[in-house]
Ligand binder design. Structure first.
Ligand SMILES: Cc1ncc(COP(=O)(O)O)c(C=O)c1O
Length: 374
């Protein structure tokens, strides 16, 4: 049976991923594979399952809404959609939201919004930054190995070193529609910029009329101990993009923009985006995160202290450890000992567990990771 599904995958599914484990069940911060092995999940579907796996409140919200109405399209007012937009406006401090189905699509929307409202076409983004795999979001994603095979891409984008405000000031000009930045770079392996970086970007954008677009797809929804990582800095962006942790694994993304920055009739749309079930899942998720958010910094500290010998860096429950070439081997050893961790770029081990992970689970995970790191 287990062999069958792997064979089917090899035969019928395009081989874009490399994977060995098949996860078949999840509850809280634990998952089980098809061989019945249990793991503490410090990957959480890549920072998605913020409320843990199958949180009862999220499951109930999804089931209740699915019994009422699964889809109606944006031709009509959609149940839960305005309520979710209101919640996102409250937690971002911005003015209006628009939904998508993923993080890449949220960034596509932000590209379109920035272009149409500024009347400009160029973007600036940062080295090692990741914003998605659709053509537009790939154009602002730095990693040459995934971007270059698809060039030429649009919109035109200049990349400057993450953290280098002088280079940014040089790159931004009167044709720049927006600057895209991750407040902490996730796919790059949890890279934290120097203090004052977001403030500096804000000033450069204010001086030039470019929009400051903060990609919180990975850092948002409580991951770093605040609703959004930009909230550690006192800076207010023009646009924030959100996805991953927004609905506990039910696909949805969003952009939220400041007052006066909005799509007008016919400028953007999507068949599925902001559907009733996705919005119900997101509303329930926000309710759960509200309860656990105050605990996130303390839980992050347990990881940081327990792994201090390995030079961890991070904020809240988003932690990176520089491991180097041994990273895949460490990932495998951890899995063999019942803990899922993830190798991000450049040999950086990434820990992005559910926000509901318990102290005991953290202690167990830290023991396994510490031993695997040696
Ligand atoms: C910062 C950031 N932006 C955008 C994306 C793309 O999101 P999605 O995979 O939902 O399209 C990711 C995914 O890892 C991300 O980490």
């Amino acid at each position: 049976m287990e062999q069958d599904s792997r064979e089917l995958d090899a035969r019928y599914y395009m081989p874009a991923f490399s994977r060995t484990i098949k996860i078949v069940r999840g509850e809280g911060s634990r998952v089980w594979d098809d061989r019945g092995r249990e793991y503490i999940d410090c990957v959480a579907g890549i920072a998605v399952c913020s409320t843990g796996h199958c949180h009862p409140k999220v499951v109930r919200a999804i089931c209740d809404q699915a019994r009422q109405l699964i889809h109606c399209s944006n031709l009509y007012y959609v149940p839960n959609q305005a309520e979710l937009a209101e919640r996102l406006v409250e937690i971002t401090g911005l003015a209006k939201a628009f939904f998508s189905n993923s993080g890449a699509e949220a960034n596509e929307g932000a590209i379109k919004l920035a272009r149409i409202r500024t009347g400009r076409n160029k973007f600036v983004a940062f080295t090692h930054g990741f914003h998605g795999r659709t053509c537009g979001s790939l154009a602002i994603t730095h990693k040459p190995a995934i971007r270059e095979p698809f060039e030429p891409l649009s919109p035109p984008c200049t990349f400057v070193d993450y953290g280098d405000l002088d280079a940014l000031a040089e790159a931004v000009d009167e044709d720049t529609a927006g600057v895209f930045v991750e407040p902490i770079q996730g796919e790059a392996g949890v890279l934290i910029p120097p203090d004052g970086f977001l403030q500096g970007i804000r000033e450069i954008c204010d001086d030039s009329g470019a929009l400051m677009i903060v990609d919180e797809v990975q850092t948002g929804m409580g991951r770093t101990g605040r609703w959004f990582a930009f909230q550690h800095t006192g800076v207010t962006p023009d646009i924030v993009t959100i996805a991953k942790g927004l609905a506990s694994g039910f696909p949805i993304g969003a952009l939220v923009a400041r007052e006066g920055l909005e799509f007008r009739k016919g400028e953007h749309g999507s068949t599925f985006a902001g559907g009733p079930v996705a919005c119900a899942a997101a509303l329930a998720t926000i309710g759960v995160i509200e309860g656990v958010l105050p605990e996130v910094p303390r839980k992050g500290e347990i990881f940081m202290k327990g792994l201090a010998a390995h030079n961890p860096r991070g904020r809240g429950l988003m932690i990176g450890i520089p491991v180097g070439d041994r990273c895949p081997e460490v990932q495998q050893t951890c899995a063999e000992n019942g803990v899922l961790v993830n190798c991000a770029a450049d040999g950086n081990l990434r820990l992005i567990p559910p926000l509901v992970i318990t102290d005991e689970e953290i202690e167990t995970a830290v023991g396994v990771i510490d031993a695997a790191l040696g």
